[in-house]
Design a protein around this ligand. Structure first.
Ligand SMILES: Cc1cc2nc3c(=O)[nH]c(=O)nc-3n(C[C@H](O)[C@H](O)[C@H](O)COP(=O)(O)OP(=O)(O)OC[C@H]3O[C@@H](n4cnc5c(N)ncnc54)[C@H](O)[C@@H]3O)c2cc1C
Length: 380
């Protein structure tokens, strides 16, 4: 067993770290306050190959493995989880979904632009009445021969206002339940497709979250992904890989908060000594260091499973469940270590604490991850 990173992986991690420090860090507080989408930074990330990390180079991707993906996600998320969720959705939901399950024509038409960052992708599963219970899709896609007509509402869609390409899950045959669901590629600007106002969020405020409305939206049949009825399995398989990205995001948020807390504790003095010399603070740092390392092992294992071609449904759920818990708990501790300074924007940890919360909610809440894990254990 080898726990060390290859030279190539170290180079990729260092490039992402350098980019995050020099490009994402300046302005991150302002973007959070203004809820500003990082347009120029997305273009720069695209130039570095971060929008199509695992995509085959023949479709404009970087052809890297899942380990590289989580290394990049961790580094970006240490500084700016709003930027990293744009990367995560584009890579592991949209690009992966089309590359793994799309037709050659769909790949040529959509994947190349998504992988090079010329287009941005969004993944549209959640609805006002279908979140954790994703089988309760109310959005309909009625088969009209050579096309489908989509009607319904999707909410909480990341990059909802900025995206060009939307993967939309909808119910074609209600009698067939989850087997009557399909996934479609819908282009921005299609008649009847409307974007609602941007959500005013607790965290990841630089990302662009919207409700989408579909009113008699005509989608050609060649834009359906997979066979008729494949949509629910498509969503579940795609989300399984997405969870590796969100687990890496949570890991990065936790690591970023820990590094800030460690540095601060070595500088700030109270009762005549640096606060890290008080055992109550030192033990918090020990717990952070240990649990973040454990989270990293779970994240790496899930990515490794994906690279090996193993089933990663359970390992990705375990990584997301644990890394998001660690991110939430230790960002709170990082604020505590900063005392009053932890409560203001300039020290970054309050933003990381707010950003951490979403990792326990999207791409399946922590309760849903426990359902996935427990079902796998009981089945085996
Ligand atoms: C900022 C943000 C970005 C998002 N981005 C996207 C996106 O790009 N695309 C997309 O499709 N969706 C997106 N989502 C939606 C997200 O995936 C859902 O919010 C999430 O899956 C939970 O669904 P819900 O909000 O309807 O909560 P509900 O499903 O109503 O859950 C409410 C609570 O009940 C619990 N619960 C539900 N069922 C069970 C059960 N069987 N057992 C135990 N507990 C249960 C949940 O864990 C949760 O605590 C995003 C959400 C947010 C907030």
């Amino acid at each position: 067993m080898d726990f060390s990173l290859s030279e190539e992986h170290i180079m990729i991690r260092d490039a992402a770290r350098e980019f995050a420090q020099t490009e994402l860090l300046p302005g991150v507080i302002e973007r959070d306050i203004k809820q500003e989408f990082p347009d120029a930074l997305v273009r720069k990330m695209a130039n570095l190959g971060f929008m199509g990390i695992m995509v085959d180079p023949k479709y404009g991707g970087s052809g890297m493995d899942a380990i590289s993906y989580v290394l990049i996600m961790e580094e970006l998320s240490k500084i700016d989880a709003s930027a990293s969720v744009i990367v995560s959705v584009n890579n592991s939901l949209v690009c992966y979904g089309i590359e793994a399950y799309g037709t050659e024509a769909q790949k040529e038409k959509y994947l190349t632009k998504l992988a090079t960052g010329e287009s941005i992708g969004a993944f549209c599963l959640s609805e006002p009445e279908a979140g954790s219970d994703a089988t309760s899709q109310k959005t309909t896609a009625i088969d009209k021969g050579d096309h489908y007509i989509i009607n319904g509402t999707k909410n909480w869609i990341t990059s909802g206002g900025r995206a060009d390409v939307y993967l939309v899950i909808a119910q074609t045959d209600r009698h067939k339940g989850s087997h009557g669901i399909n996934a479609f590629i819908v282009e921005k600007g299609t008649e009847g497709f409307h974007t609602g106002p941007k959500e005013d969020k607790l965290g990841i405020r630089g990302s662009d979250t919207h409700t989408l409305q579909f009113n008699d939206v005509k989608v050609p049949k060649e834009n359906r992904i997979g066979d008729d009825g494949f949509g629910f399995r498509f969503a579940m398989k795609t989300l399984s890989g997405g969870r590796i990205g969100i687990a890496a995001q949570a890991l990065g948020i936790a690591q970023g908060a820990y590094e800030l807390a460690l540095k601060y504790s070595k500088e700030r003095k109270a009762f005549g000594t640096e606060i890290c010399n008080h055992q109550a603070i030192a033990f918090k740092l020990a717990d952070m260091h240990t649990e973040i390392a454990a989270a990293r092992h779970l994240v790496m294992k899930a990515a490794w499973d994906k690279d090996q071609g193993n089933n990663y449904d359970m390992s990705s759920a375990m990584a997301k469940l644990y890394a998001s818990k660690v991110a939430m708990e230790h960002t709170v501790e990082a604020v505590q270590i900063h005392g009053g300074n932890g409560f203001v924007k300039e020290y970054h940890v309050e933003r990381l604490m707010r950003d951490a919360k979403i990792t326990q909610i999207y791409e399946g809440t922590s309760e849903i991850q426990k359902i996935v894990i427990s079902r796998s254990i009981i089945r085996d």
